[in-house]
Design a protein around this ligand. Structure first.
Ligand SMILES: NC(=O)c1ccc[n+]([C@@H]2O[C@H](COP(=O)([O-])OP(=O)(O)OC[C@H]3O[C@@H](n4cnc5c(N)ncnc54)[C@H](OP(=O)(O)O)[C@@H]3O)[C@@H](O)[C@H]2O)c1
Length: 280
């Protein structure tokens, strides 16, 4: 039997098969919550590009974790978030938790929509994820032994999605996080060369960082057949967001959870033990 505070609560996790979403789903289910996964592959299917698909996913939902794909900075994201938040409110949703990105003006416009919704809200504004190197766009570079990105010596405080999921679950299930913006980063400012060093140490093989010109990186991405919106997002992230604006640490994980965030080196050791980075 469910504990009484979980009774009658259905939580929608939009992006519930993604890097943060699947961890949020697992934690909520383990704690006994009724969870609905929002993704194009779920049943009922949720598609940001098809407004008609949203309504069936919102039936009976009390709280929602919102992750927008591929990025809140994409053209059209603000309109989609506005429409989704309005519909969620009409359907009786009480609490929204939005995953946002640091240093993105467009993402902050989406944060404003959630904050002005009249519903309970929490914003989780995250730095770049550790898991981009294990579950995301850069895993093939790790497997090939060379991180080839137009990153120069810029620093980024990579954050672990386990920490983001812990913060999101706390915000979805505990009243004390309502009205808070948690800016979450890892504990260390890292260059991409630092990332390569930690990955080399954890895997026991040489993984180098090679700085490449922005234009040739984008051309290579286009030629590799990467989806148009993913190329757009990488272009935006490396040309605009990685300009030093996010080169500082924040204590959002500690504020939300009362503990420090996971270091990239610990993440690298944990993932190396799973064997997914073993040479092809
Ligand atoms: N990666 C980072 O470093 C980083 C940093 C800060 C913030 N963020 C933000 O985190 C959010 C999610 O990024 P992520 O890297 O975690 O994504 P991800 O792991 O690639 O997961 C994407 C999720 O969204 C779903 N999805 C994709 N397209 C969809 C669509 N058109 N309609 C409905 N669902 C869709 C996917 O499932 P289906 O394919 O089944 O639909 C999946 O569940 C983005 O808003 C991003 O800006 C990312």
């Amino acid at each position: 039997m469910k504990p009484s505070n979980q009774a009658h609560q259905t939580i929608l996790v939009v992006g519930g098969t993604g890097k943060t979403g699947k961890r949020v789903v697992d934690q909520l289910k383990d704690s006994g919550y009724e969870v609905r996964v929002g993704s194009r592959s779920a049943i009922p299917s949720f598609d940001w590009g098809n407004e008609k698909s949203w309504d069936p996913c919102l039936t009976g939902v009390t709280s929602a974790y919102i992750t927008y794909s591929p990025d809140l900075a994409m053209p059209g994201a603000t309109d989609a978030i506005q429409a989704f938040v309005s519909l969620a409110k009409r359907r009786g949703v009480k609490r929204l938790v939005l995953l946002s990105g640091r240093g993105e003006a467009e993402a902050q416009a989406c944060e404003d929509i959630v904050q002005e919704s009249g519903l309970e809200w929490t914003i989780v504004r995250a730095s770049w994820f550790n898991q981009n190197f294990s579950e995301g766009a850069f895993i093939d570079m790790v497997l090939n032994g060379a991180i080839t990105l137009p990153a120069g010596d810029q620093v980024e405080p990579f954050v672990d999605v386990d920490d983001i999921a812990d913060v999101a679950v706390a915000a979805l299930t505990q009243d004390s996080h309502s009205g808070r913006i948690y800016e979450v980063t890892g504990p260390r400012l890292m260059t991409f060369a630092d990332v390569a060093n930690d990955l080399s140490r954890a895997t026991g093989r040489e993984i180098s960082f090679i700085d490449v010109p922005h234009k040739s990186f984008i051309t290579d991405m286009e030629n590799s057949g990467a989806p148009e919106d993913v190329v757009w997002m990488l272009d935006y992230l490396f040309a605009t967001v990685l300009d030093g604006r996010n080169a500082h640490l924040t204590d959002g994980v500690h504020q939300a959870l009362g503990r420090p965030p996971k270091d990239f080196a610990v993440f690298a050791e944990e993932v190396a033990r799973t064997g997914i980075w073993e040479e092809r």
